[in-house]
Write a protein that binds this ligand. Structure first.
Ligand code: MN
Length: 220
């Protein structure tokens, strides 16, 4: 099985090697990822300038560093490789739950995989308070992949891992409320600035994917 690995945090984010290391237990692995961080780029593609790549070496992996979005990376990666069976995206530094999924570049890469005829699975983990310990998460990523590789009818899957997983729950994306919020601040010289971001929901009881993560379940 050919497995293409992408992300939106950039090719030098630690999560991508962690994911590639697990993926080698399932097939042949190649990494194609943005040269700089492309979080919250969603499923954007680069339409107004050319793309190119530079070869890189990440541990023992063949890697391609692309001057584009996560979806560009998957499209280019699949073209260069002549296709793949599975595209894994992540492991993202930050959960992708509820309405955050619509903005996520991690999910954008997985969606592009499906558009291009491969399966797409996105992996994200909590990075709100401290750096994820990927060595601890890798056995859980392997367990999830063992389940999902068998379910070949699942073309697009979003997986979120809490820091210390206690098991797996099948969930739905929360669509109860949109949690994008505009923050305003003033810089010196009275310049007003704005920062648009998706905030964390505290009341997660009715949100299927958030509900699973809070007590420590892996949400699939
Ligand atoms: Mn990201």
């Amino acid at each position: 099985m050919r497995i293409l690995i992408a992300n939106d945090d950039g090719i030098y984010s630690p999560g991508i090697v962690a994911l590639a290391e697990v993926a080698t237990r399932f097939g042949e692995v190649r990494i194609v990822a943005p040269d700089v961080e492309q979080s919250s780029m969603g499923h954007a593609i680069t339409a107004n300038r050319p793309l190119n790549y530079k070869k890189a070496r990440l541990k023992d992996f063949d890697a391609y560093r692309v001057n584009g979005t996560p979806a560009d990376c998957v499209a280019l990666g699949l073209h260069l490789w002549g296709g793949a069976d599975l595209v894994l995206s992540g492991i993202n530094l930050g959960l992708n739950l509820g309405s955050a999924i619509w903005h996520s570049g991690t999910l954008g890469a997985a969606k592009q995989a499906v558009f291009s005829g491969a399966r797409g699975i996105a992996f994200s983990t909590s990075a709100e308070h401290e750096e994820p310990v990927f060595e601890q998460l890798q056995p859980h990523v392997e367990s999830v992949l063992k389940v999902l590789v068998r379910h070949s009818s699942l073309h697009l899957v979003n997986v979120n891992l809490p820091p210390l997983p206690i098991g797996i729950r099948w969930t739905r994306q929360s669509i109860r409320q949109y949690v994008g919020r505009m923050f305003q601040a003033k810089l010196p010289m009275c310049l007003e600035i704005y920062w648009f971001t998706v905030v964390r929901v505290r009341d997660a009881a009715e949100d299927p994917d958030r509900w699973a993560i809070e007590p420590g379940w892996i949400s699939i």
